[in-house]
Design a protein around this ligand. Sequence first.
Ligand SMILES: C[S@@+](CC[C@H](N)C(=O)[O-])C[C@H]1O[C@@H](n2cnc3c(N)ncnc32)[C@H](O)[C@@H]1O
Length: 210
Amino acid sequence: MGIMNKLFAQAGKPSGRFGRFIGRAMNSGHARLHRWGLSHVSIASDVVILDIGCGGGKAVQNMGGIAAGGKVFGIDHSDDMVQLSRKTNAVLIEAGRVEITRASVSSLPFPDDSFDLVTAFETFYFWPDMIVDLKEVHRVLKPGGTLLIVNAAYGHEKFAKRNARITRFGGFTLHTPEELHDVLTGAGYPDVIVHEAVQKNWIAVVAKKN
Ligand SMILES: C[S@@+](CC[C@H](N)C(=O)[O-])C[C@H]1O[C@@H](n2cnc3c(N)ncnc32)[C@H](O)[C@@H]1O
């Protein structure tokens, strides 16, 4: 496996010493993306939030600060990211405002209708089955709840060359805004708004459950 394939494999499931290094790097490197993504939703102080693929846990920590009277849950399928995320959020966990669990998006360990907001930063590319997994997220959202997907790359001709490299090494597809819209509506979300930062090739998809 080449170095680029290894890097993308680590991004999809960071593990070991190098994985923990990547997790810490993502905590600082994704800060602006997290802020931009979160600017597209309003978060009341008493909401219950789930962050899927929480990695090093920085977005969980930020949202824990906003939802001061609510609770933020994080899940990740990597043991090492669960440990790192717990470390990042030690104070909020101690206060009972954050919980981090090892789980896959495909089988979320939560009852139906649990969350006001579900977030997914830089993780959607890696999900094993987009439609099945989006339906699983739909199950745990409360009626009227919101799913926010934020990615730092999407299908757009301006970034065609770079994105061809990403899809080659990553082994996944970068969808266009129209494709993402259709995937979300196909998975049962009737109300989908797609925001683009075209110059950066960032995308934020806000999808509501009826
Ligand atoms: C590129 S990292 C992003 C981490 C974090 N959300 C951030 O923005 O810094 C992708 C994360 O998604 C997690 N992930 C990938 N596929 C997953 C799945 N099927 N279920 C749960 N977590 C998953 C990975 O383990 C990794 O921590």
